[in-house]
Design a protein around this ligand. Structure first.
Ligand SMILES: *Cc1c(COP(=O)(O)O)cnc(C)c1O
Length: 228
């Protein structure tokens, strides 16, 4: 067994235990490997294990990987600047970091121009840590929904968040926000939260997708190509 296969095996056990402890159906919690700053060789190894979708933080790195492995899907989980929106929309299967109405409008414009359909997630930050990782507050989320205006080219999959570590109330607040919007819109919305260090807490609170980097691939080795 390769190092990666062994890590993934352990991770699956851990995720299974988290689901059991949280009373969650393991089939309803997606494991999204985060391949940022990981070499393409490891991504291919993960593909051999059956993984077909990967989270990337940096537009340029994701665009490059998508070119190298056209059979795999990459989703953007890092901040998106307007001037990279075209590249991002072209290369990524989903954009998980839509956090302001101007970006939503730009994406709608481009999706029409490029004649593309891409799932989008609204990135939420209810804790005022927005400076580094992005994310909008509850009011901002409403504005993003309004800007997306139910555009069938950009179907909203759900909310993505990075709640403060070990803050159970923060994880629960995200679940409540998801439930409220789900009811209001009458459509299912998923919740993406939980990383290597806090997947148990996220699963217990109701996360539908955990984004796992280091616990999946090991320590990140490549330098960041660009901050966005
Ligand atoms: C890097 C990153 C992850 C994965 O983090 P790990 O701690 O390595 O599991 C998940 N989500 C986002 C938004 C990230 O930037």
């Amino acid at each position: 067994m390769t190092d990666l296969a062994e890590r993934v095996r352990k991770l699956r056990v851990r995720l299974g235990q988290a689901c059991e402890a949280g009373g969650r159906d393991p089939g309803r919690v997606e494991l999204l490997p985060v391949s940022k700053r990981q070499p393409m060789g490891l991504v291919r190894e993960a593909a051999d294990l059956g993984f077909t979708r990967f989270g990337e933080n940096y537009v340029q790195e994701g665009v490059q990987k998508a070119l190298e492995a056209p059979g795999l899907g990459f989703v953007l989980i890092g901040p998106l600047q307007r001037n990279k929106a075209r590249h991002a929309l072209t290369s990524f299967q989903e954009i998980m970091t839509v956090d302001r109405p101007e970006l939503a409008e730009r994406l709608r414009h481009l999706a029409e121009e490029l004649d593309l359909v891409r799932g989008v997630w609204i990135q939420v930050d209810l804790w005022g840590e927005a400076t580094k990782q992005g994310g909008c507050d509850a009011t901002g989320a409403g504005l993003v929904f309004r800007a997306l205006a139910g555009d069938p080219r950009l179907p909203v999959r759900g909310f993505m968040a990075i709640p403060p570590p070990e803050d159970a109330r923060a994880f629960r607040a995200m679940a409540e926000m998801r439930d409220a919007w789900q009811q209001k819109l009458g459509q299912p919305l998923r919740l993406s939260m939980g990383m290597s260090a806090d997947l148990e807490q996220a699963v217990a609170a109701g996360s539908d997708q955990v984004r796992i980097g280091t616990a999946f691939f090991g320590n990140r080795t490549a330098p960041a190509i660009s901050r966005d």
